[in-house]
Design a protein around this ligand. Structure first.
Ligand SMILES: C[S@@+](CC[C@H](N)C(=O)[O-])C[C@H]1O[C@@H](n2cnc3c(N)ncnc32)[C@H](O)[C@@H]1O
Length: 259
């Protein structure tokens, strides 16, 4: 199958490859049978997208995002959830509580490829849309609380684009939570050495030391919590434990904002 992706869209193959390879392991920490099926259907060679640190990072973030979303859904079971920059991710089936309404949103060329491997499901709909323009949000039902998930997306935005995105979210959703992956200034500077992203044409955008740096860009938001992926990664191997010491402030984080 002939696939054409933009530079950032291509990065969606990295978590896809990692989730599929983790699923094949006898001691898999996450099981994502859909990821394996997508790779087979698309017939893409993803072998270069699965180095150790990225592998551990994607496993960690998958577990951490899943836990946070489930925690919020206990409080807001009827939330509208948006996986913004969804790529090939199948979070809906990991967290569905039978009540939430889910939207998988990405750029049109990414959604076109996604439609080859997913169908819309009950309460789970795919939409063309950009994190930099809120036009698509008009199609969503009104909800008291919306949960916006941006896993591996803001990393590629310049500071001005992060601001556009945060402003768009606060303008479009009355009350909400943003669960976002943030990265460090170190990665912004040295991204060309990143073990998986170096195999794509994508470059890292604005890195921060803390999610608090987002607030001046969108003062309606509050930072609720922030946790390094190291906290999860170090549970599983000595190499990751060492990385957590040497690269204490270098790893990506899951930050939760609310407004
Ligand atoms: C590294 S992938 C992450 C995919 C998915 N969130 C995951 O964790 O598996 C980055 C995704 O961001 C999407 N993306 C890039 N720019 C975007 C934008 N302006 N609006 C929405 N999505 C965007 C890409 O198309 C791609 O699917």
């Amino acid at each position: 199958m002939e696939l054409t992706f933009g530079d950032i869209q291509e990065t969606a193959l990295i978590p896809l490859a990692i989730k599929a390879s983790e699923t094949s392991r006898p001691d898999a920490r996450i099981r994502d049978v859909k990821a394996k099926e997508i790779i087979d259907t698309l017939g893409v060679d993803v072998s270069r997208y699965d180095p150790f640190l990225s592998h551990e990072g994607v496993v960690a973030r998958t577990l951490m995002f899943r836990r946070k979303i489930k925690e919020l859904l206990k409080k807001y079971p009827d939330a509208v959830c948006v996986n913004l920059g969804c790529g090939f991710d199948d979070k809906f089936s990991q967290v569905d509580n039978g009540r939430l309404q889910w939207f998988d949103v990405d750029l049109p060329d990414q959604i076109e490829v996604r439609r080859k491997v997913y169908k819309d499901r009950e309460r789970c709909t795919m939409l063309d849309g950009s994190a930099l323009d809120g036009e698509w949000t008009k199609q969503l039902p009104k909800a008291k609380v919306s949960i916006i998930i941006m896993e591996g997306v803001l990393e590629y935005f310049k500071k001005e684009q992060v601001k556009t995105c945060l402003n768009m979210l606060c303008d479009s959703f009355e009350h909400g939570y943003l669960l976002a992956e943030l990265h460090s200034p170190f990665l912004e500077k040295h991204g060309k050495h990143h073990d998986a992203v170096k195999h794509t044409n994508a470059t890292f955008g604005w890195g921060t030391k803390s999610g608090a740096e987002y607030i001046p860009l969108e003062p309606r938001m509050r930072l609720v919590s922030e946790q390094s992926y190291n906290d999860e990664m170090k549970k599983y191997s000595i190499r990751a434990k060492l990385f957590a010491i040497i690269g204490k402030n270098m790893n990506n984080r899951l930050a939760v904002f609310r407004w």
